[in-house]
Design a protein around this ligand. Structure first.
Ligand SMILES: CC(C)(COP(=O)(O)OP(=O)(O)OC[C@H]1O[C@@H](n2cnc3c(N)ncnc32)[C@H](O)[C@@H]1OP(=O)(O)O)[C@@H](O)C(=O)NCCC(=O)NCCS
Length: 169
C-alpha cells in the first residue's frame, strides 16, 4: 500500500521514497523512452510511429498541451501520467522495473486529485493488465470501439466517478 505523506511524497511499503511532481521538459526523453520500451515489449502493440516520432509527440503535444506528472524513485523517472484539460488521462506508463510497486496507483491518485471532474481514459482491449488495474481503481467501462484509433485496435473507454481518497461524489 502507498501512504500519502504530503501531496507529493509517498513512502512505499518497501520503505523507498517516491516523489510525484509536475514534469519538466527535461523529463520528456525519459518519459518517451518508457513508452517506446513498452511498445517494443508488447507483442500485440503495432509500432505506428518511430521512437523519434513518439519523442516528438511527447515534446510538442503531450508536454505542451497536457498536465504531465512523473514519479521519481531512486532519482530515476519510474513512471508518468498525462492529464488533458477535459480530464482524460491520455497516457499512464510505468517503467517495467517499477511496475507492481504502487507507482501507477500513486500517479493515478495524483491525477485524480488534480482533475477538475471525473477522470476518463481509453485503453486497448488487448491490455488486460491495465484493465485489471483500472477496474480495481474504481473505473467502469463506458463504451468500446472496434479500432477507431491509429493502431486499429479495439479499445475501451473507462470513466471513474471516484476521487483518489476513494470517495464517490
Ligand atoms: C498498468 C500500469 C500503469 C499499472 O501501474 P503499476 O505501477 O504497475 O500498478 P500498481 O503497482 O500501482 O498496481 C498494481 C496492481 O494493479 C494490477 N495490475 C497492474 N498491472 C498489471 C498487469 N500487467 N497484470 C495484472 N494486473 C496488473 C494488479 O492488480 C496490482 O495489484 P497488487 O498491487 O495487489 O499486486 C503499469 O503496469 C504499466 O505501465 N503497464 C504498461 C503500460 C500500460 O499498459 N499503460 C496503460 C495504458 S492504458
Amino acid at each position: 500500500m502507498v501512504i500519502p505523506m504530503t501531496g507529493r511524497i509517498y513512502d512505499g511499503e518497501r520503505g523507498r521514497l517516491m516523489i510525484i511532481r509536475a514534469a519538466k521538459l527535461r523529463d520528456m526523453p525519459a518519459c518517451a523512452e518508457i513508452v517506446n520500451a513498452w511498445i517494443d515489449a508488447t507483442s500485440w502493440m503495432p509500432r505506428v510511429h518511430s521512437p523519434e516520432e513518439v519523442a516528438e509527440f511527447y515534446r510538442d503535444t503531450v508536454f505542451e498541451r497536457f498536465e504531465v506528472f512523473v514519479a521519481e524513485r531512486e532519482e530515476q523517472i519510474a513512471g508518468m501520467i498525462a492529464l488533458a484539460p477535459d480530464n482524460t488521462v491520455s497516457a499512464l506508463y510505468v517503467h517495467d522495473a517499477y511496475r507492481g510497486q504502487g507507482v501507477g496507483k500513486a500517479l493515478l491518485d495524483h491525477a485524480r486529485n488534480e482533475a477538475t471532474g471525473p477522470v476518463q481514459l481509453w485503453t486497448f482491449a488487448a491490455n488486460r493488465g491495465a484493465q485489471a488495474f483500472y477496474e480495481r481503481e474504481g473505473f467502469k467501462e463506458v463504451r468500446r470501439t472496434d479500432g477507431d484509433n491509429e493502431e486499429h485496435l479495439p479499445d475501451i473507454l473507462y470513466s471513474c466517478q471516484r476521487d483518489s481518497a476513494g470517495m464517490t461524489p
